[in-house]
Write a protein that binds this ligand. Structure first.
Ligand SMILES: [Zn+2]
Length: 320
């Protein structure tokens, strides 16, 4: 997304350097205590250097390689006789899971390898993701503060809520429409999902549909205008980026925004861009499917129909 990743990378880099320096200080003390260790390390260093020179000259170095193996074994033996394990002699990373690289290679069930963000990098990114996500406007809307009791009066609804919670935990929320009359927990659930994503270091963005529409209009005007003040341009661009690039976007309360000539086209454009990039969108609305079709026309409804899972929030109770 942007500079936050660079900042985080430099934090990880500093952690790596710091642990190497600390280890080197420890090793220096050990060497002073055991001079034969320093001697063998020097020999290893010289041999390694000679190996490198040979390989640059294209010379064979089988003898040197054998020698290096013997020297390394000797070093291990010396360490062992001093009661020091080889591990103790190596710099320990701050995060042992990723070795302070920030990434972990994971092999899927089908044998495919994928790279995922380590927990250490996620926890560094999370505060930034939270402040950008817009969920702070809804302090009480989170899975932790819970709503199991709220949904528990309706077993079907409780099942839906529990399922969504589980999918969130696995970061596998599909494109979804939460529909049903107001006060049934749609916004609560959508915000709780966005919050959880941000806490896990994924980008998420919650915006009311009326505000999103205004933003898209402003963006279009800006592109057509000859001049826009830099500050304003930056602010609008940044929000439009969140809208199109957030891993998870919540468009809250579709249907209450004023109607304009461009609403349907803007929405279609946004949804298409997002689904092309593999990003997830959750739409909440008080409308039922028929009314959505009437209001936004066939093409928009078609997208929803084909690409979005529907969740009907219908139980008794009161919450937005
Ligand atoms: Zn890590």
């Amino acid at each position: 997304m942007d500079s936050v990743y660079e900042d985080v990378r430099s934090i990880l880099e500093n952690r790596r350097i710091r642990s190497e320096i600390l280890q080197e200080q420890r090793n220096e003390q050990i060497r002073q205590q055991y001079p034969e260790l320093a001697k063998i390390e020097k020999e290893i260093e010289d041999t390694t250097e000679q190996l490198l020179l040979n390989s640059l000259d294209g010379k064979s170095s089988e003898d040197l390689e054998r020698e290096l193996r013997i020297l390394n074994r000797k070093k291990e033996n010396i360490l062992a006789s001093c009661g020091i394990s080889t591990d103790e002699f190596e710099a320990k990373p701050y995060c042992s899971k990723c070795g302070d690289t920030g990434y972990i290679h994971e092999t899927g069930k089908d044998g495919s390898e994928k790279v995922i963000l380590c927990e250490c990098i996620r926890s560094l990114i999370a505060p930034v993701m939270l402040s950008r996500s817009g969920v702070e406007k809804y302090p009480a809307y989170s899975f932790e503060k819970g709503s199991d009791e709220f949904f528990s009066s309706d077993p079907r609804m409780l099942e839906t809520y529990t399922k969504l919670k589980l999918l969130t935990e696995k970061e596998r929320i599909p494109n979804a429409v939460f529909y049903g009359r107001s006060g049934k927990g749609k916004t609560f659930t959508a915000v709780a999902i966005a919050r959880k994503y941000a806490q896990k270091g994924r980008s998420s963005f919650v915006i009311r549909m009326a505000e999103a529409q205004e933003l898209m209009m402003e963006h279009r005007k800006m592109i057509q205008a000859f001049y826009t003040p830099v500050d304003k341009e930056r602010a609008v661009e940044q929000k439009v980026d969140y809208l199109t690039e957030a891993d998870l976007l919540v468009l809250d309360d579709l249907g209450v925004e004023p109607r304009t000539a461009n609403t349907e086209a803007d929405l279609l454009n946004l949804l298409d861009k997002r689904s092309l990039a593999g990003k997830t969108t959750i739409i909440t609305t008080n409308f039922d499917m028929e009314s959505l079709k009437e209001r936004y026309g066939g093409r928009f409804f078609d997208r929803i129909d084909r690409n979005f899972a529907r969740f009907h929030f219908s139980m008794e109770g009161s919450r937005t």
